[in-house]
Design a binder for this molecule. Structure first.
Ligand code: C5P
Length: 238
């Protein structure tokens, strides 16, 4: 894959206008855009359709976590909307993940539409070992991340979202077939913002990431296209 296919820009902005002007500015170089809870709650499916009409691909990051029937129906709704990827929380359990993939597969075969990739969120990077203890999880963060990634793989998910620092562990445990998507990327020599466990684009790719999610270093830049080009160049060196 070319670097431009591996870069996903997180549209972490609060309005349709800001999102579309970023897409317009970046489109020459960037194809994939992540829409998270804030933007989706504000703008909903019409914005997804507008981005798709402009030739972008959409990663819908709503982290579904509910009973299997509800998640499976939401997965089918995401496919109808035309997104290329979406997320579910692996802590929803293997039955939830399996049902989502199975019903998605059946829907996409019947309607002959491309099946979106389903990505599992392992352990949120905001959670510490103490938080896991409070939730009744006795394992270390790393062991829990790997256990959930393995569970997601057995349930038929296409990939996982994880910290770039966990990419190598997951790659070793789950093999080449599982897609690894990593946020927490900062270009060489830039601000860390509130991300405490970041890696550079090149090191994240070398650790086994397939896709990199980048938000503020591009979205908050004076010239977002130039910032994206710098990151693409750094990815090209990997
Ligand atoms: O601005 P920044 O590059 O830090 O944005 C990273 C994006 O990835 C944000 O949309 C954020 O919600 C998301 N994310 C993250 N860490 C995770 C999971 C998702 O930063 N563990």
């Amino acid at each position: 894959m070319q670097p431009s296919e591996r870069l996903i820009v997180a549209l972490d902005v609060g309005s349709r206008e800001n999102a579309l002007s970023l897409v317009a500015a970046l489109r020459p170089k960037v194809q994939r855009f992540k829409i998270g809870m804030e933007l989706f709650t504000t703008c909903g499916p019409p914005l997804v359709r507008e981005i798709l009409e402009k030739g972008g691909q959409v990663f819908l990051d709503l982290k579904f976590h509910d009973i299997p029937n509800t998640v499976a129906r939401s997965a089918v709704a995401a496919a109808r909307l035309g997104v290329g990827m979406f997320t579910v929380h692996l802590s929803g359990g293997s039955m939830m993940a399996r049902r989502a993939v199975d019903e998605l597969e059946a829907h996409c075969q019947v309607y002959r539409v491309p099946r979106p990739k389903v990505l599992g969120v392992t352990v949120l990077t905001s959670l510490s070992a103490d938080d896991l203890q409070q939730l009744g999880v006795g394992r270390s963060v790393e062991d829990q991340v790997v256990a959930l990634a393995e569970m997601g793989k057995s349930a038929g998910l296409d990939g996982v979202v994880c910290s770039p620092r966990e990419a190598r562990l997951i790659r070793e445990a789950c093999g080449r077939d599982l897609l690894i998507v990593t946020p927490g990327i900062r270009p060489e020599g830039s601000e860390q913002d509130d991300q405490s466990r970041t890696l550079t684009p090149r090191i994240a790719l070398e650790a086994g990431a397939d896709y990199l999610v980048v938000g503020r270093p591009i979205v908050k830049a004076d010239d977002p296209l130039e910032a994206a080009e710098t990151i693409l160049l750094q990815m090209d060196g990997a």
